[in-house]
Design a binder for this molecule. Sequence first.
Ligand code: FMN
Length: 312
Amino acid sequence: MAVDLSLSWLGLEMESPLYNASGVMCRLREELDAVAASAAGALITKSCTLEAREGNPEPRYFSTPMGSINSMGLPNQGYPYYFQYAAEYDYSTGKPLFVSLSGMSLQDNLTMLQALDDLQLPCLPEVNLSCPNVPGKPQLGYDFAATAAALCAISRVYARPFGVKLPPYFDVAHFTQMAEVLNACENLRFVTCINSIGNGLVVDMDSESAVIKPKGGLGGLGGAYVLPTALANVREFSRLLDHKYVIGCGGIDSGAEAFMHILCGATAVQIGTCLHEEGVGAFSRIQSELSDIMEAKGYHALTDFRGKLKTL
Ligand SMILES: Cc1cc2nc3c(=O)[nH]c(=O)nc-3n(C[C@H](O)[C@H](O)[C@H](O)COP(=O)(O)O)c2cc1C
């Protein structure tokens, strides 16, 4: 029997579980169109802010054989650009559209969600919790009380299903606390794990220098560097969340890592660094590798192995 990669969740039908991670191939309409025309099963826009932003000075992205480091500074066209795209998008193609929001404050996120609600479009928002909170305090996703307050405020202005993009957590107590906060929000329907591992530093031996310019070289890590952390976050939130979907992101470079994410509980998976390096051909390659793995293991559908990680 042929392998079937399709999935159905939140009333959405997808032919494939793979799509782009926010920030990669999604800043401009042409890039989004290229993802839509590829083998990807869905697409998501660049995290947007109220106003357009140039982002940080270059070089602000650097790749190594083990992944990537970036400090982009949220370069984006401003939310009206992406909402316009969402208004004109052809939803009959069968590829769901997600819109990533990353306001510079809670009020900015509420303003954007209110505007999105007014449009009544069939796209779904993914609110990026790696956004500024109060100066001197950690990003929103690392402040549990502020996240709880933000989710309450979001639910008041946006009564439809939405998701959040979570930073990685590293402590069992943090998984538990965050899951409690997320479980308390009824129309939060999905969480995407993980955003980049924050504030890494890649050093070039020859020049004895940092490789990116912003923040003295500090930047978010993606790619193979982050795979085990991403899998742990997918696994733990899949176990701890009630009736919410987990979308896996981090370190997917081939069918094997996509399989691992789904085995750990991911409903669908997003691809960042690998897509940045390889372009949209990555979707068909990874999809056929995933099919081959499933066929070799005798699995016909994603539900045959989703969330079925064995422990010793
Ligand atoms: C160039 C670049 C830009 C990114 N911009 C965003 C962004 O705007 N919003 C967001 O939620 N994540 C952003 N990310 C993080 C990715 O979506 C993803 O969570 C992370 O890179 C881990 O996935 P990967 O290992 O496949 O790269 C960005 C990553 C990269 C490499």
